[in-house]
Design a protein around this ligand. Sequence first.
Ligand code: 76R
Length: 249
Amino acid sequence: MNEAAKTLDGWYCLHDFRTINWPAWKTLSSEERQQIVNEFVTMLEKWDVTEKAGNGSHAVYSVVGQKADIMFMLLRPTMEELNEIENAFNKTRFAEFTIPTYSYVSVVELSNYMAGDSDEDPYQNPHVRSRLYPELPKANHICFYPMDKRRDGDDNWYMLPMDSRREMMRSHGMIGRSYAGKVKQVITGSVGFDDWEWGVTLFADDILQFKKLVYEMRFDEVSARFGEFGSFYVGNILTEENLPSFFHI
Ligand code: 76R
């Protein structure tokens, strides 16, 4: 059998996409809308407490385009916690005004393509830990898409020897690194969990950097030959400050 990549696995991850039923939202009185927003904000404050305690992280964005209106990215130590959050959200009054459009279940993943040989336990390494259990940046923009590596005739990623895969991943990593400080990426693995093999989540203050990075990678062998991509979602951050105007009628 071919040598499988070894992975380090961190927090479990749920991406949850909803459209908002604005016509129904508009029929409410402003007092009712305010109560519903308050309940939603209370839930977000709970998430903040968890994040501050280092037990998870989250991101809330307004999605551009018709695929969704709002998205949550949630990271937690267990799948049970993600499920609890999802159920708790679905029981809020705000959820009555949302329609689920897409979701993605995965786990933060680091692979060993770039790792050196070392006897230390990577789970004890602070740099590794900060990537397995990341605090999601409060960047202006998010970009999410799921992807696979092709398994088709001669272009079968999973049949390539480890050395060839490592070489291609090195080139991939070098392009990625040239975006350091401009784009932060979180790769989550979803083999056995969802319909694609990975979720790619990118964060940037300058949204154009998503296009530049993804475009540059398309010309790099691992993406050019082996990358297969699902739908792309882009969004703008929702903060305590701009949430009221997002909900305002
Ligand atoms: O973890 C590391 O930093 C080591 C190098 C590295 C690995 C192993 C790395 C770096 N990535 C790795 C793995 Mn990546 N990445 C993507 C996409 O749109 C496309 O063409 C592909 C989508 C982007 C934009 C991106 C960005 N990466 C992976 C894997 C798992 C592969 C496997 O196991 O077979 C996937 C699916 C994937 C996809 N990558 C980086 C980036 C960026 C910005 C970096 C640099 C990170 C840094 O140095 O901080």
